[in-house]
Design a protein around this ligand. Structure first.
Ligand code: AQP
Length: 333
């Protein structure tokens, strides 16, 4: 039987190679597997958990949509829309927020990381973000959610919330507990400047990430400047975890070439970093440049992008509004 897939990406700009390898590439593979029904959402309600400039946000919603399309998500096969078009997400999130427990949310490590030291100043939205994410998923009865490693804990929370709702209202199996789909290898792509931090949109250094809109010269330059160490390339993976930058670059190479880490290590053992980086840069350019060219082309046609979102929004709304109505009936509204 096919899977019901739901996943989202925040329109917060600077979509990067980590988002592509950890999430979007997987979205495309799942869409192309026979029998799957996929919903891919530009999660703009999530984006406003941090302050956004309205004009930039609007551009980022279109750019994220263009990235989906340019990466191979097909609006005829999958539903593509932005979250704020479908009111059921906000409504469902409120109801589920009354099911979730403070203790559960207090354990979420992403909130701790993103709120930083001054968590009193973080938005309430950032704190309850995992509840909105739960509503996103449960409204579509998603069976599987393709995400990067960093979202695993939120997925576990959404399973707890679904189970508690079903139990509290004696509605067995009404909300479906989803399974995360996390790639076994290279599920977390790290910064090019520091192999212990994940590649991230909000890293102030543009050299830390390959943006999906970077052109060839930028990609070559960033890989050339990527941090490595003074030892030669390894012959095996024995001490690789102590060399996070090298592990990350070999991981990117393996992931984009579709070969195992072991094969990549064998391919480059005994070679010097400049040779490896040249090959890696060629591969990243080969995979990312066509996407970046297409994003730039699509972005010029804003009315085309807006039509895709509107059409997708209608399809999403017809599924999600029905589910939220059933939810309201169950709780006694
Ligand atoms: N470095 C990464 N490696 C693998 N997967 C990643 N993802 C993000 N960064 C990496 C996955 O991409 C999907 C979409 O992410 P998002 O836009 O919802 O937000 P995020 O995880 O907050 O992205 P960033 O880049 O890390 O943003 P900031 O800088 O704001 O923290 C998700 O499935 C995510 O796992």
């Amino acid at each position: 039987m096919g899977k019901k897939i739901f996943s989202g990406v925040q329109p917060t700009g600077n979509l990067h190679l980590g988002n592509y390898i950890g999430a979007i590439k997987n979205f495309v593979d799942l869409q192309n597997q026979e029998g799957n029904e996929c919903v891919y959402c530009v999660v703009d309600l999530h984006a406003i958990t941090a302050k956004q400039d309205p004009i930039i946000l609007k551009n980022n919603i279109r750019e994220t949509t263009a990235t989906f399309l340019a990466s191979g998500i097909d609006s005829k096969k999958s539903i593509i829309f932005n979250q704020s078009l479908v009111p059921a997400h906000s409504e469902g999130s409120w109801i589920l927020g009354c099911i979730a427990r403070m203790g559960w949310l207090n354990r979420m490590t992403q909130f701790k990381e993103k709120a930083g030291k001054d968590k009193e100043k973080a938005s309430v939205g950032l704190y309850i973000y995992p509840v909105l994410m739960t509503a996103d998923i449960l409204l579509y009865d998603a069976t599987h959610v393709p995400v990067g490693e960093d979202q695993k804990q939120h997925l576990e929370l959404s399973r707890d919330i679904a189970q508690k709702f079903n139990l509290d209202f004696n509605a067995p199996n009404f909300l479906r507990a989803p399974e995360p789909l996390i790639q076994k290898n290279f599920s977390r792509i790290m910064s090019l400047k520091d192999g212990t931090n994940k590649m991230s949109k909000s890293d102030p250094s543009d050299l830390s990430r390959i943006n999906l809109t970077d052109h060839k010269d930028q990609i070559m330059n960033k890989i050339k400047k990527a941090k490595t160490d003074n030892d030669p390339l390894p012959d095996d993976d024995e001490n690789l975890s102590q060399r996070p930058e090298v592990e990350n670059l070999l991981g990117i190479y393996s992931s984009l070439s579709g070969q195992s880490l072991k094969n990549s290590i064998n391919e480059f053992s005994g070679k010097n970093f400049s040779e490896f980086k040249e090959k890696l840069a060629e591969l990243v350019v080969e995979k990312i440049s066509p996407i970046s060219v297409e994003i730039n082309k699509l972005q010029k046609d804003t009315s085309y992008i807006d039509t895709i979102l509107k059409e997708g929004g209608k399809r999403a709304n017809s599924i999600a509004s029905k589910k939220v109505e059933e939810m309201k009936k169950i709780i006694g509204f």
